[in-house]
Design a protein around this ligand. Structure first.
Ligand code: 13P
Length: 281
């Protein structure tokens, strides 16, 4: 069943678990992800980022996401990940996405507040929920100084940002990064705890792939209610296809599609269990 992000995150926040938000670039990803959630009786978020539009156009993906969500036996939220402009957020709202992320994290604070607040104003009219980001979530393969405290989201600025924008969920930077980590990152759980205590609202962790199980656990017990996972699915699928091609002299296209579903399901199952959302519905 299709449910709102806000409703889903409220339960996760109260009961201290996190819901996986999985970037799905194909029919096979959507089928694999939702089937994992159904098997484990878990809520799930399926999402598409604006940078992924070239390989998965949002206008084509929207009906797939929405119909799959409606047909599912578990709650499914359909979310725009990293919307880069007000226009993209509106496009997603018009297509029926129940929530959008506006990503103004690279902008000066006041500008991020101004645009995010405008997205919230429009989203309210659509009955859509909004996630926004504060702080710098870098790229896992870059050589930025991991210890540089400037990259972490501030406690007071989080509070101000939430009050001034009216968002439903805040994505924070605590040493997490997007992509394929060269070494396992160490998240700043102390900063997370401070933000959680000050803000008392559902927090979001981006760059879920490659984080240690220990850090994931600390996150979900300290206010992180949504964890984004993209790279792990892509790596899992590539691995399955590689193995399939190595062991099949006459590869079959339908079988390869089934391998993608299977690989997606495996990766999503692992994360649902880790995030403790299994058996919540
Ligand atoms: P990963 O690719 O590191 O899993 O990050 C996903 C993400 O944060 C999407 O917004």
């Amino acid at each position: 069943m299709l449910v709102s992000l806000k409703e889903m995150l409220k339960d996760a926040y109260t009961n201290k678990y996190a819901i996986g938000a999985f970037n799905c670039l194909s029919l096979e990803n959507v089928v694999g992800a939702i089937s994992a959630a159904e098997e484990l009786h878990s809520p799930i978020i399926i999402q598409l980022a604006e940078v992924q539009f070239p390989c998965a156009p949002i206008a084509l993906m929207a009906p797939l996401y929405l119909n799959a969500a409606k047909a599912a036996s578990v709650p499914v939220a359909v979310h725009l990940d990293h919307g880069q402009s007000i226009e993209t957020c509106i496009q997603a709202m018009r297509l029926g996405f129940g929530s959008v992320m506006y990503d103004g994290a690279s902008l000066p604070f006041a500008e991020n507040v101004r645009i995010t607040r405008e997205v919230v104003r429009i989203a309210n009219a659509f009955g859509v929920d909004v996630e926004a980001e504060l702080g710098k979530v870098g790229n896992a393969d870059s050589s930025e100084n991991k210890k540089n405290p400037d990259v972490y989201t501030g406690v007071q600025e989080s509070l101000l940002f939430i009050q001034r924008t009216g968002i439903d969920a805040l994505a924070i930077a605590i040493g997490n990064k997007h992509g394929h980590y060269i070494a396992t990152p160490h998240l700043n759980i102390e900063r997370l705890t401070e933000i959680h205590e000050a803000c008392e609202m559902p927090l979001v962790l981006h760059g879920g792939s490659g984080t240690s199980e220990e850090d994931f656990k600390s996150c979900i017990h300290n206010g992180i209610c949504k964890i984004n996972v993209a790279t792990a699915i892509q790596l899992g699928v590539t691995d399955h296809i590689r193995q399939y091609l190595q062991s099949n002299a006459n590869p079959d296209y339908i079988e390869m599609k089934e391998e993608i579903v299977k690989a997606t399901k495996e990766v999503v199952t692992y994360h649902i269990r880790l995030f403790e959302s299994e058996g919540r519905v």
